[in-house]
Design a protein around this ligand. Structure first.
Ligand SMILES: [Zn+2]
Length: 264
């Protein structure tokens, strides 16, 4: 795919001569961050991969519309996911492993001349935020590239997402199920999804209260919110907003290079 025509450029699909050409015009790398963790009985454990990839893809398209070329890096599939560790299929890594990987990638990108590394993150385990905060600090000390990511749980970002997301019921409910219905409809167990009762639990509130697992937070089946109310149409709207949020964070970093804070 060519840059500049609204198509995203996937880093791993380019040859080195092509990268040499692209490096002249592209100074922005987008990195989707996934997780392998239980997402209710109706969604695959890889749900966050596809949410973050959709976010990065939409951000790349919006940046291209503004004349800014970017390259989308291969997704990091693994994440610290201690909240979901009691459920089959979850593969949780140490936070320090993710921190080291992001810091090393940032250093490699700096050597290639990239100015901005933007993280598309849809995994909200506190261990994930801790790992990314440490990475941001270390990349900040290196000076380049500038590491940016919208922390979607912050009020200013959540205000632009859905009511369920704002309520803190942000795991495998209507919000995430809608996105998977839009992005990977064949991977949703729709009969199971439609029969799930609404689970009105705020995961963010449970985290504030010191809970450390889905079970202790009241997510007996690894979901909260209302998966049965999800729709692909809503998923497409959410994905567009996620792309806007990430592209805005990149634009802000490019426009105020000296002042930009590494996180949030
Ligand atoms: Zn998720």
């Amino acid at each position: 795919m060519e840059a500049g025509n609204g198509a995203r450029v996937r880093w791993e699909e380019q040859s080195y001569p092509r990268h040499a050409e692209l490096a002249a015009s592209s100074r922005v790398a987008l990195l989707p961050l996934g997780a392998i963790e239980a997402h209710g009985p109706h969604l695959p454990v890889g749900t966050d991969l596809w949410i973050s990839e959709a976010m990065a893809r939409e951000a790349a398209l919006r940046l291209a519309e503004r004349g800014i070329e970017s390259r989308v890096l291969p997704t990091i599939p693994y994440a610290p996911a201690p909240f979901a560790d009691g459920f089959a299929g979850t593969l949780s890594i140490r936070p320090a492993t993710l921190t080291a990987l992001v810091v090393d990638l940032a250093a490699a990108l700096a050597r290639r001349g990239d100015e901005v590394l933007a993280l598309a993150n849809s995994h909200f385990d506190p261990a994930q935020f801790g790992a990314l905060r440490l990475a941001a600090g270390q990349v900040g000390e290196q000076g380049r590239p500038r590491l940016v990511y919208p922390d979607l749980t912050r009020r200013a970002y959540a205000a632009r997402l859905t009511e369920e997301f704002r309520s803190g019921a942000c795991h495998a409910g209507r919000f995430e199920s809608s996105i998977v219905l839009a992005e990977r409809p064949g991977l949703v167990d729709d009969a199971v999804r439609r029969a799930l009762p609404e689970r009105d639990v705020s995961l963010s509130e449970a985290i504030r209260q010191g809970r450390t697992s889905f079970e202790r937070a009241g997510l007996d089946d690894a979901y909260c919110g209302d998966p049965a109310a999800a729709s692909a149409a809503e998923g497409r709207e959410i994905v567009a907003t996620l792309g806007e949020l990430l592209s805005e964070a990149v634009l802000e970093a490019l426009e105020s290079p000296g002042r930009h804070r590494p996180v949030e």
